[in-house]
Each structure stands twice: as C-alpha cells, then as structure tokens.
Design a protein around this ligand. Structure first.
Ligand SMILES: [Zn+2]
Length: 274
C-alpha cells in the first residue's frame, strides 16, 4: 500500500500522506527542489531565520502558495522554540490585520484550527512535523517537535488539545513527516539520559559508537499511548539525512541549511456553501 507519495506542481515537489487525503483538507510536506535559493539553502528554502536571502525566501513562499493554491489565505506559523505550547488559531481581527503577511505566534510549536482557509505552517530540517486531522470534527493540527518536544510530550499535548475541542481520539489521523532516522541520529549522553529517564528506552538504540535515537518511533509510541490508533498513523519512510536529494538535514549539512515546510488547511465545507 502506498502510504505517502511525492507529487509535483510546477517546479515544486511535495509529499502527501494517504490518511490525510480528503477534499476537506489541503496538506503537504515540501521537498527541497524547485525554489530560487542558492547553496547551502538550495533551493526551496522556506525558513526565514537561517541566513538565507530574505528575498529568496519570500519568493520560495510565493512559489509554494501558488503551487498549492492558497494565495490570499491567512497563513500562521509558530516561533518554534522546542517547547510544547499549543495555540488554537482563530480567524479574526489579528489575522485580517496582517494584510496577508504570515503571522508568527511567539513561543509556539503547536497549532490547531477549526476554521477553513487558514493555512498552518511549520518548518523543519531533521525535527518531525506532526500533521493532525479529525474529519468528523473538521479539526486540523500541526506541530513541530524534535527530541526536546518529544520528551516534553508534544504529541500527547496535541491529542489532549484536540480532545478538549471535541475530537474523539479514535477519529484523529496523524502523519509524521520525514525526519532524521535512527540510522543517522546519534545523540550524546545528555539526550540519551533525558530520553531514558522518560521511560522511553526502547527508542534508544546502542550503536558501536554511542546511542542513536529513533525520533519518529518516539512520537509514534507517544501517540499510541495517548489513544491514537495505529491504523490512523502514517510515519514517513524517509530519513532526512539519508535522502539529501529530497530534503534539507540540519545534522548532515552541519547546521547551515534550509528548511522544509509542513502545511495543512481546511477547505470550506460543502454544507457551508450550500
Ligand atoms: Zn538516515
């Protein structure tokens, strides 16, 4: 069964996940090709604070919006500080006053939204972006989490936040973006200690030269412990560090690199139109 697929729109390529395919939701995880940035941000760098030319990032974000068809929508992202603060995004004065510019919510790594035509965006280059969609409640979520977010409990925090808005756990579908895999993610003793103290020893692998962390496996385990059904979760098969032709990798590229984006947005419901 094909669980994820690479699609192309113009010069841009992106991944989609089978469990999020719906006429009610737009989603994508971008690949690195098809943009205008030069090395080491070549070429579709969407991250604004990584040292790339602001004009190139702006152009890349325009190219993405055109390719996916969300020009003119409200676009919201979090500042992404490796915490687990989650904000519900509500279309209102703050978004309208932005004049179409992207709103960045301070100290926020998780976003939830119940309203159509609001585009949630998150950025990563090795960390995981977690996509959430409850088709019954028509609720979406997007979260950024690396090892710190995993230890702090971002995945269960998102599930709890969606449950408080009326989502049933058995209806929530989750997709985990490509992130650095256990094949490449060697971690120091401090990280290993934190993960082990969180009773998550089975996602720490002992290699010849130290510990390796299974970051997507860690999120997967936490999601299932939080009541998300295994059949409703897709975890990407791609490791960002192993697949340089497709993805930016903070670890592989030595810290200077671009960022991919995860995007999710509810489309207007047919009922509302009728
Ligand atoms: Zn790898």
């Amino acid at each position: 069964m094909v669980k994820e697929e690479i699609r192309t729109a113009g010069e841009i390529s992106y991944l989609t996940f089978e469990n999020l395919h719906s006429s009610e939701v737009l989603h994508a995880f971008t690949l690195r090709r098809g943009g205008v940035s030069v090395a080491p941000y070549n070429t579709l760098n969407l991250g604004g604070h990584v040292g790339d030319e602001p004009a190139a990032v702006k152009k890349n974000r325009q190219l993405l919006a055109e390719a996916l068809g969300y020009q003119g929508h409200h676009v919201v992202s979090g500042q992404q500080t490796h915490g687990i603060k989650i904000e519900q995004v509500v279309a209102g004065n703050r978004l309208s006053a932005s004049g179409g510019a992207e709103i960045v919510l301070p100290d926020t790594d998780g976003l939830i939204c119940l309203e159509p035509d609001v585009v949630l965006l998150a950025y990563a280059a090795d960390c995981t972006i977690l996509f959430f969609f409850d088709p019954q409640r028509r609720c979406i979520g997007l979260a950024h989490a690396g090892w710190r977010g995993a230890v702090a409990g971002m995945a269960p925090a998102m599930v709890e936040a969606m449950a408080r808005l009326g989502c049933l756990r058995q209806n929530i579908r989750v997709a985990l973006s490509p992130s650095i895999g256990p094949c490449c993610y060697q971690v120091g003793d401090n990280v290993a200690r934190e993960v082990a103290s969180h009773l998550a020893r089975d996602v720490l692998l002992q290699g010849k030269d130290g510990f390796y962390l299974d970051l997507p496996g860690y999120h997967l385990r936490l999601l299932q412990e939080a009541g998300i059904m295994a059949k409703n979760i897709i975890s990407s098969r791609y490791c960002t560090s192993c697949h340089q032709q497709h993805f930016f990798s903070y670890r592989f590229d030595g810290g200077r690199t671009g960022r991919m984006a995860g995007i999710i947005s509810l489309t207007p419901s047919r009922k509302a139109i009728i």
